[in-house]
Design a protein around this ligand. Structure first.
Ligand code: ADP
Length: 217
């Protein structure tokens, strides 16, 4: 079972820590503010009030024994970068860090961050995409320019098989799964008939997905 450290228990960090805990994982939650530590103390396994820029404190806590660390210090960029550097130097294998912007992200990758997340930017994009199109239900960008979307089958698609729709040749996208009233069908066959209201889970580059979205709306 993986063990996690979450550093910085603001809105993002505490939400990560709570979710991991609820899923049954061991979480060490750290913040320099006593009140933040108190708030979460009966939810996660271990809490410590400590300044994460203090290398000795982190060493004493045995951070190198943890598999993953999430640095979610927000406003204090200096502390955010320093904590990342210390965690990597102490040998934490996988360090995920919340960044404010691209430049901050660049610095973080230079100091060894393994994954950089931009929760506000990503959530903004996701919500905007959901707002634009009523039949686009969800959207996850998993690499620059590539996403997975959930799109509701419209009247145009109703009664056609995947082969008839030719989504791959027309739009350059792949249907990974289909949610129907009966349940989820993973890697559907070409003969699968689409019904209006089914939800297609489609992978592709953003331009192709946008073409599909326009076609089907
Ligand atoms: P959010 O936008 O997710 O709410 P914040 O920036 O408001 O993020 O919260 C970050 C948290 O990180 C705060 O609770 C703050 O006390 C904590 N924090 C800031 N600097 C340090 C540090 N050096 N060591 C440990 N925790 C810190």
């Amino acid at each position: 079972m993986k063990q996690f450290i979450v550093i910085g228990l603001g809105r993002f960090g505490s939400s990560v820590a709570k979710t991991l805990s609820e899923k049954g994982y061991d979480v060490l939650a750290i913040d320099r503010a006593e009140s933040k530590v108190q708030e979460i103390s009966n939810i996660v396994t271990h809490t410590v009030q400590v300044d994460a820029t203090d290398e000795n404190s982190l060493k004493t806590l045995g951070v190198s024994n943890f598999d993953v660390a999430i640095v979610s210090i927000g406003e204090d960029i200096h502390a955010n970068i320093l904590a990342t550097l210390i965690l990597k130097e102490l040998g934490v294998k996988h360090v995920v860090v919340k960044a404010q912007d691209r430049l901050h992200g660049k610095v973080l990758s230079k100091v060894g961050a393994d994954k950089i997340v931009y929760p506000e930017r990503d959530m903004g994009t996701r919500i905007a995409n959901n707002l634009i199109s009523s039949n686009m239900l969800d959207y996850i960008e998993f690499a620059p320019d590539y996403s997975i979307i959930e799109i509701k089958a419209t009247k145009k698609m109703d009664g056609n098989s995947l082969a008839d729709l030719e989504l791959r040749s027309k739009f350059g996208v792949n249907v990974m799964a289909i949610k129907t009233r009966e349940g989820l069908e993973i890697t559907p066959e070409a003969e699968k008939i689409i019904r209006m209201g089914d939800v297609l889970i489609v992978i592709g580059n953003n331009k192709s997905l946008e073409k599909l979205r326009r076609f089907s709306s």
